[in-house]
Design a protein around this ligand. Structure first.
Ligand SMILES: Cc1cc2nc3c(=O)[nH]c(=O)nc-3n(C[C@H](O)[C@H](O)[C@H](O)COP(=O)(O)OP(=O)(O)OC[C@H]3O[C@@H](n4cnc5c(N)ncnc54)[C@H](O)[C@@H]3O)c2cc1C
Length: 537
């Protein structure tokens, strides 16, 4: 649904087939990160999503005796939002569903189960069974299989799902009118029965208990079973108002490829991870953020379909890193051996006394951030000192507009390519070829100056250039640290290139090549150094 919400404004036709008659209402995702909220912002849905989240939730790891041995409470909003947010997945999924009605070109068919597909190299033919049993056929340029961990799409195109499924199961319970109330997410690392207790928005409490090998789902989810297990976490389980309960198994699996011809995989269909880092949903949204603008570029803007190969190049390794981290955290959190648990408690006790190590955990620096070295990134253009910024997510401070309002930076850009430049408008240095590429990319230019300069009458920028004031100094800090003054951003807000103003043509032409743009005559742009292209990657 996020892909459809991002592609919707392009006018391309999107059809979603969902086998169920309504969206899933199981207890699932509860932790949403800043990157994910930023994608909701790109889709124009963040204000609708925020009421179903609560920001800056602490994550408190406790020993069996209740002593905190690690704490995660990150500060700052570098990407425009708090780093850890509690959320309720079915409510946020509803926001995505409701977002689709904005687009006449997007159609959601509930109660349609995809049963088969064939890719003949020019199109994908899909068969689906409607809820009334009728069989329907659809033809599409590209099919994105977002059909969950058991993905039929993945199986039909023969992509192996490598990794493992853990033997441990977890009972997940959501309760209304929170009987515990503490606003944190607490992981009680008790080897006899590890469990998690998480405060969710709207007074809901999430509890997750490790299931013992001799316990059955039927027994645990019975009224007596639920009362017995809830008594571990609360004094009066009989009065708990249970919304839902369900038993899950944890998987750590990664699809061997994210693309086979005209079929792509996204979300749990491409990667499954244990829930310990709360990254399954977030990773699926990252996939959508990476893939949507590439689909638009290929289908609407005439980029070569090989551009879609960069989706796998850019996303797969990061998904692997998230799976590894989630698996590691699970091992730390849930050993069932007292010996290992005691060893862990001692080690963390020592590490906590070393401020840089403690800070590494508290500020969540262990979270792998995407960094693309291949794909739609252009290195080697800038004569500045550092090229560290290329392939990373750009910061998102608030900026002032000339009408006096203050907005998040991305809102001043829109969902498109952007040149964000400090002080000077680099477009005056652009040669004809670069101008053509930039116009084909439908790019915009944002010039940033200090807020003090914004209201002066000497702001001589091109009328089409957006001039913004750097309210917090965050953009000045970014450009000064990176020793550059121009950042070229992709629609997903990753830095495609950095340069100085007079290097803009080289950077844009190289970007055209990285985008596999075809010229009007069908010849790729910038095939050699004469065309001022820099190396890609
Ligand atoms: C207990 C628990 C806690 C979690 N906590 C977090 C968390 O804190 N943070 C986080 O980021 N993630 C979390 N996750 C993971 C998150 O819920 C999933 O990663 C996310 O829902 C995956 O979304 P998806 O759209 O890829 O797949 P799904 O949500 O599984 O959606 C797939 C959809 O495809 C449909 N479908 C399947 N086959 C077909 C077919 N043949 N035809 C048509 N439709 C089909 C299904 O009905 C389903 O609606 C948690 C998961 C669990 C179970």
């Amino acid at each position: 649904m996020m892909i459809a919400n991002l592609v919707g404004p392009s006018g391309l036709r999107v059809l979603i087939l969902e086998q169920l008659p309504s969206l899933i209402d199981y207890p699932r995702g509860v932790g949403m990160d800043d990157e994910c909220l930023r994608v909701f912002q790109s889709a124009g849905l963040v204000e609708k999503a925020i009421p179903f989240t609560f920001p800056n939730q602490w994550l408190d790891f406790r020993t069996a005796r209740g002593r905190t041995f690690a704490m995660v409470k990150p500060k700052g909003e570098a990407f425009g939002f708090p780093k850890r947010n509690a959320f309720i997945q079915p409510l946020i999924d509803r926001v995505l569903l409701e977002g689709l009605v904005r687009y006449k070109n997007v159609e959601m068919r509930l109660g349609y189960e995809m049963t088969g597909l064939s890719d003949n190299g020019r199109a994908v033919h899909v068969t689906a069974r409607a809820i009334d049993g009728e069989e329907r056929r659809f033809t599409t340029s590209y099919l994105v299989g977002c059909d969950g961990g058991r993905s039929l799409t993945r199986k039909l195109v023969g992509i192996p799902f490598e990794g493992q499924t853990e033997s441990t199961r977890w009972l997940v319970i959501d309760i209304k009118n929170d009987p515990i109330g503490v606003p944190s997410a607490i992981l009680v690392c008790d080897p006899s029965r590890p469990y998690v207790t998480i405060a969710l928005p709207h007074g809901i409490r999430r509890l997750e208990f490790m299931v013992k090998p001799n316990e059955t789902e039927e027994e645990l989810c019975s009224t007596e079973g639920l009362k017995r297990i809830l008594s571990i976490a609360m004094p009066d389980p009989a009065s708990a108002r249970i919304i839902r309960s369900r038993v899950y198994t944890h998987h750590a699996r990664l699809a061997k490829a994210f693309r086979a011809g005209r079929v792509l995989l996204a979300g749990d269909a491409a990667h499954l991870m244990p829930v310990w880092q709360g990254q399954g949903y977030n990773s699926g949204i990252r996939d959508a953020n990476n893939l949507s603008w590439k689909l638009i570029s290929v289908l609407r803007d005439g980029c070569d379909p090989t551009l879609l190969d960069t989706y796998e190049t850019e996303r797969r390794e990061h998904a692997r890193a998230m799976i590894s981290l989630s698996t590691l955290v699970g091992r730390i959190f849930s050993p069932t051996s007292w010996l290992l648990a005691s060893f862990r408690d001692v080690v963390f006790g020592i590490l906590n006394r070393i401020p840089p190590v403690r800070d590494y955990v508290v500020q969540m620096r262990f979270k792998p951030m995407p960094k693309y070295t291949e794909g739609v990134v252009v290195g080697g253009v800038s004569s500045g000192r550092t090229r560290n910024a290329v392939g990373r997510l750009f910061v998102q401070p608030r900026v002032a507009l000339r009408n006096g309002s203050v907005v998040r930076l991305d809102d001043a850009i829109g969902y498109r390519f952007a040149i964000v430049a400090w002080a000077a408008d680099p477009c005056i240095y652009m040669n004809g070829e670069a101008r053509r590429v930039w116009s084909r990319l439908n790019g915009t230019t944002v010039v940033v100056r200090s807020q003090t300069e914004l209201m002066s009458d000497t702001n001589d920028v091109d009328p089409e250039t957006v001039l913004v004031g750097d309210v917090s100094g965050g953009l000045k800090e970014w450009f000064a640290t990176e020793d550059t003054s121009v950042a070229i951003l992709r629609p997903d807000r990753f830095v495609a290139a950095v340069c100085r103003p007079q290097e803009i043509s080289r950077a844009i032409n190289a970007l055209g090549r990285a985008m596999r743009m075809q010229s009007e005559k069908g010849v790729p742009y910038c095939t050699n150094a004469d065309n001022n292209c820099a190396n890609v990657g």
